[in-house]
Design a protein around this ligand. Structure first.
Ligand code: PEP
Ligand code: MN
Length: 516
């Protein structure tokens, strides 16, 4: 593979504004990058649209639609991730493997947010650290697949690539560009409801039962959770921690509240469909609170940056992906010279990179050189996903290589994607014990290598059926879900997710680790 030079064509502006004594922010102009430059590179997992004109018409429409997230929200997340990097916060990245248009309902969205809030409360209790919450939500539609086609019955059909590409129904597998537009509107609807929930008391500790704990049948789990919420409500100053200590933030944005409401909450998805990501990429002036005072006044070296019509004030600008606060590169699309890495290197958003067993250590460092040439704090989160039986073999080498390179990164553990298996009844599942095993190994290996696990990335769901029962997709946990029970309420059309109880089990395990 040819290495992409990390500094080629970049014109640097060395002026910085100090966030804190250690952290600096550098402004770039990237001569050889544009939101479309990825089009010159090979794209893994490419979707072939039979009617390109139709695709372009849809993309033009998306280009004209408003952003879903704002630059100041993105900057705030970057700042909070830089705190995770400094061990001052913990990252929870969680949600469905894939969202579907049909699952965009009031119940599902509030169950998901409720679970993320419950999980983060347990972590706050154990870790005594603020939690940065990033949902796999409001745009997590596209899926990479191991094969472009699949056999259904005796037919070979195109693989299902996610609701924003084609349909799960084997008769609806032709990629349809209108689905991208539908993804935009479903994301908007989801985000609108999330914003509404979080600005109207849903996250308030005074009503933690609104987060749908009532269905948890295990008395021990309920009791433990209630003990925590009561203890936390009493704790002096707790509201500041849950709201991420907003007053101490260096931002003028948010009016003293968190992003999206009374707690900070951010959205994410895999940045797989580059046409869509490109259409949602917009150039903005950097939020004024980030600029040195000379630039705020429109003076000094920053005036060399141009003004454009949509951004009336002059000053440095950056390209933001406005479809989500955080997007990540999947394990199958992280080729150094590929289209995805090219796209990701130019956006200002914090990004994730999946790191699996097929990544070699020097490749990982070169990837970091490309996507974070200026080694900015909070910019890159490495999401390791080796599998319980392989983590010992790969993680130490990856940690050491990154340490030697002096790249600042956040390491989080995805204990889901390396641990998928097929049950004897043919269902795709994961074993709770194996998930915990990879997570424990990650925590230990980081400690042994003078590193620290900064967070977790989980596929979970708070979804309930009509009788109030959780899904049955992963084996084990305190509810001891057996292979025979898997079929009862298996609702995922993609990867198997931890259900509500199993997720709280994981939260308590992590929380107990921190308490030690
Ligand atoms: C995912 O996060 O759903 C996924 C497909 O992960 P990976 O790229 O790690 O396989
Ligand atoms: Mn998945």
């Amino acid at each position: 593979m040819t290495e992409v030079s990390s500094s080629r064509g970049r014109e640097r502006d060395s002026s910085c504004r100090n966030f804190t004594s250690e952290e600096t922010y550098t402004i770039h102009k990237m001569e050889d990058w544009s939101p479309t430059s990825w089009r010159e590179k090979p794209a893994a997992q490419d979707v072939v649209y039979p009617d390109r004109d139709h695709l372009e018409r849809v993309l033009n429409k998306i280009r004209s639609l408003p952003p879903l997230v704002t630059p100041s929200e993105v900057e705030r997340l970057r700042h909070q991730l830089s705190l995770v990097q400094r061990n001052e916060a913990f990252l929870l990245h969680a949600g469905d493997c894939a969202e579907s248009f049909d699952a965009c309902t009031q119940e599902n969205i509030s169950a998901k947010i409720g679970l993320i809030l419950s999980f983060s409360l347990i972590l706050i209790w154990g870790a005594r650290l603020p939690i940065v919450r990033i949902g796999r939500i409001a745009g997590q539609y596209a899926k990479p697949r191991s094969s472009p086609t699949e056999k259904i019955g005796d037919r070979e059909v195109l693989s299902f690539r996610g609701d924003n590409v084609n349909g799960l129904d084997p008769d609806d597998r032709n990629p349809d560009p209108e689905r991208l537009l539908s993804a935009y509107f479903h994301s908007t609807t989801t985000l609108n409801y999330v914003r509404g929930l979080l600005t109207s008391g849903f996250a308030s500790l005074h009503h933690p039962r609104d987060w749908s704990l009532s269905h948890v049948r295990s008395p021990a789990l309920r009791k433990e959770f209630e003990r925590i919420t009561e203890g936390l409500s009493d704790a002096l100053g707790f509201t500041k921690t849950i709201g991420f200590g907003l007053d101490s933030q260096p931002y003028e944005h948010g009016g003293g509240r968190g992003v999206l409401g009374e707690v900070d909450f951010y959205t994410s998805h895999e940045g797989l469909m580059l046409e869509y990501e490109e259409a949602m990429t917009r150039e903005f002036a950097l939020p004024a609170s980030l600029l040195p005072s000379s630039a705020k006044a429109g003076q000094g070296q920053h005036t060399k940056f141009e003004t454009n019509a949509s951004n009336k004030h002059s000053g440095p600008k950056a390209f933001y992906n406005t479809s989500a606060h955080f997007i990540w590169i999947g394990d199958r699309t992280r080729q150094l010279t590929g289209a995805h890495v090219e796209y990701f290197r130019g956006i200002r958003n914090p990004i994730g990179v999946k790191v699996g067993p097929s990544m070699n250590a020097s490749e990982l460092v070169r990837l970091l050189d490309i996507v974070n040439p200026d080694r900015e704090s909070g910019r890159v989160t490495l999401i390791s996903r080796y599998g319980a039986s392989k983590v010992e073999q790969y993680l130490p080498g990856h940690i050491s290589a990154v340490q030697d390179s002096k790249h600042p990164v956040i390491w989080i553990c995805d204990p889901m994607h390396g641990n998928t298996l097929t049950s004897s009844t043919g269902l795709k599942t994961r074993n709770f014990g194996t998930i915990i095993s990879e997570l424990n190994s990650c925590i230990r290996i980081h400690m042994e290598h003078n590193s620290r696990l900064g967070g977790v990335s989980l596929e979970f769901t708070g979804e309930l059926n009509e009788e109030g029962f959780s899904v049955t997709e992963c084996l084990g946990g305190s509810m001891e879900l057996s292979e025979e029970q898997l079929g009862l309420r298996y609702q995922s059309f993609c990867d198997p997710r931890l259900n509500f109880e199993q997720s709280l089990d994981v939260a308590f395990l992590i929380s107990d680790h921190f308490k030690k």
